[in-house]
Each structure stands twice: as structure tokens, then as C-alpha cells.
Design a protein around this ligand. Structure first.
Ligand code: ADP
Ligand code: MG
Length: 256
């Protein structure tokens, strides 16, 4: 048998369509993320970035097209049967998602927040879940904050806990939706450096971000979206330094 693991992408999206009422938000989107690849997704507000990310882990159910992560593929539209709730839950657990707002449980300590998914969704024994959770907290540099409550942490620390919580599910891919947009400027760097570390360890990721310099550094590919379509796609440095589309140039000029 030939080894296809290097040539087959980890995430494969084909012909994705999504409307909310008469608002056609995603119009025939296709995208590939290689195993261990990092794709940055940029574009103006309202262009459909969050909806696309949510379609990748099926938090939003597409109207048409297909979504594959690893070996699991779902097709939508044209009489395709919608996946049942259990199948969806299992699939979502393989795709870690980090949002702009961290949504930590306020009544649980940092450690309890990170243990929650492994215990309730993965049915891990508490002792094993705690070991895993402590390891993930250490990974994001917060081992010593295990017993503190979210309210006592800075925004950057809360977002790192949210990343540790996603990692504790041992996902195949990580999806970041403007993970640093709600942070004070001086707290952005500590979160970006955790994302950078994940990239260097070979985590497959899609990152929606307005941090263009960071995208240039950490992403191997970049997608510029506008009005629900992919306007331009290519190697991150090439697209940022030398965009071929006027719309991409116009968007990037806001960041200089
Ligand atoms: P972006 O993340 O690029 O800012 P979004 O994917 O959030 O874009 O939104 C794209 C469009 O879809 C917007 O017009 C937004 O109002 C609409 N939209 C997103 N989510 C919903 C929803 N749950 N219900 C209705 N409209 C939505
Ligand atoms: Mg968004």
C-alpha cells in the first residue's frame, strides 16, 4: 500500500454553501488544509469567516457541499441525510475551537474548566483527566494557575485556559476565530505565542485573524475572503507581500 498520509489533506471543504434566510453567506467555498498545515483566513467583517469556521466543525450545518476532517466526511444538500446528534458531537470533539470570547465556566477553577470535556464528553477517569488537564495548562504556561477561578485571570490568561481546554480534547485540528481580538494589546503576544508553538508542533490549524504580521509569520497559506467567496489564496507571504487581486490589496492597506 502506498503512503498517502502526506498527500491527502487533513481538512477538505468542497462547494460549501450556507444562507441565513435570503442572505447567502458562503457561496461555493472550497479549501484544503494539509496535515500539519496552518491556514490563515482574513477578510472584512461580514465576509463569512466565522460561518466558514463553524461549518468546518458543523456548529453551523451547511446547505450544500462537503466537509471532511481526517477520515470523516459529511455531504450536505441534494437529499443528503443530516448526521445525527451523536455523530455530530463526536465529530465536533475532534475539532477544537477557540473563540474571541473565552466562555470559561466562571464557577469552576482553571483545572476544572480544562478537565470538564475529558470527563463529561470523553468519559475519562477523573485522575486521568486531571493529569491531562495539568499537562495542557503547563503547555500554555499556566500550571501554577490551576486552582484559580477565571475571574482572577487576565484576558490573555483566560484565552490560554480556553486553548488548554480545547487541547484537552486531543483534537485532530484546531480552529481559532479571532482569538486575540478581545484582548488588550499588551496581552495579544502571549496568546499568539501559544498558537505559534502549536504550529511548530505540527497541529493542523485554521486561524481567522486580523493580526496580519502574525499570519505572515505562522501560516503557510492565506485565504482572503469577501462577501462569501474566496477572492485570493496562496502562500501567506506571497499574498501579503504581493497580492494579485485589487480587493486583497485594498483590504491589506488598512493594516499598514
Ligand atoms: P465574519 O466572521 O467574516 O465577520 P460572519 O460569518 O460572522 O462573518 O457573518 C457573515 C454574514 O452572515 C453576516 O451578514 C452575518 O450577519 C450573517 N450571519 C452569521 N451568523 C448568522 C446567524 N446565526 N443567523 C443569521 N445571520 C448570520
Ligand atoms: Mg467573525
Amino acid at each position: 500500500m502506498s503512503d498517502t498520509s502526506k498527500t491527502i489533506s487533513k481538512i477538505e471543504i468542497r462547494g460549501l454553501r450556507k444562507s441565513f434566510g435570503s442572505n447567502e453567506v458562503l457561496k461555493n467555498i472550497s479549501l484544503d488544509v494539509a496535515k500539519g498545515g496552518v491556514v490563515a483566513l482574513i477578510g472584512p467583517s461580514g465576509s463569512g469567516k466565522s460561518t466558514l469556521l463553524r461549518c468546518i466543525n458543523l456548529l453551523v450545518v451547511p446547505d450544500g457541499g462537503s466537509v471532511r476532517v481526517g477520515d470523516t466526511r459529511f455531504a450536505f444538500g441534494d437529499g443528503s441525510k443530516l448526521p445525527d446528534v451523536r455523530t455530530l458531537a463526536k465529530f465536533r470533539a475532534t475539532t477544537g475551537m477557540v473563540f474571541q470570547h473565552f466562555n470559561l465556566f466562571p464557577h469552576m477553577t482553571t483545572l476544572q474548566n480544562v478537565m470538564e470535556g475529558p470527563v463529561t464528553v470523553r468519559r475519562m477517569a477523573k485522575a486521568d483527566a486531571e493529569k491531562l488537564a495539568r499537562a495542557q495548562l503547563a503547555k500554555v504556561g499556566l500550571a501554577e494557575k490551576a486552582d484559580q477561578y477565571p475571574a482572577t485571570l487576565s484576558g490573555g490568561q483566560k484565552q490560554r485556559v480556553a486553548i488548554a481546554r480545547a487541547l484537552a480534547m486531543e483534537p485532530d485540528v484546531m480552529l481559532f476565530d479571532e482569538a486575540t481580538s478581545a484582548l488588550d494589546p499588551e496581552l495579544v503576544g502571549e496568546v499568539l505565542s501559544v498558537i505559534q508553538q502549536l504550529a511548530s508542533e505540527g497541529m493542523t490549524m485554521v486561524i481567522v485573524t486580523h493580526e496580519i504580521a502574525f499570519a505572515r509569520e505562522v501560516a503557510d497559506r492565506l485565504i482572503f475572503m469577501r462577501d462569501g467567496v474566496v477572492v485570493e489564496e496562496g502562500p501567506a507571504r506571497q499574498v501579503i507581500d504581493n497580492p494579485s487581486e485589487a480587493a486583497t490589496r485594498a483590504f491589506l492597506s488598512h493594516f499598514h
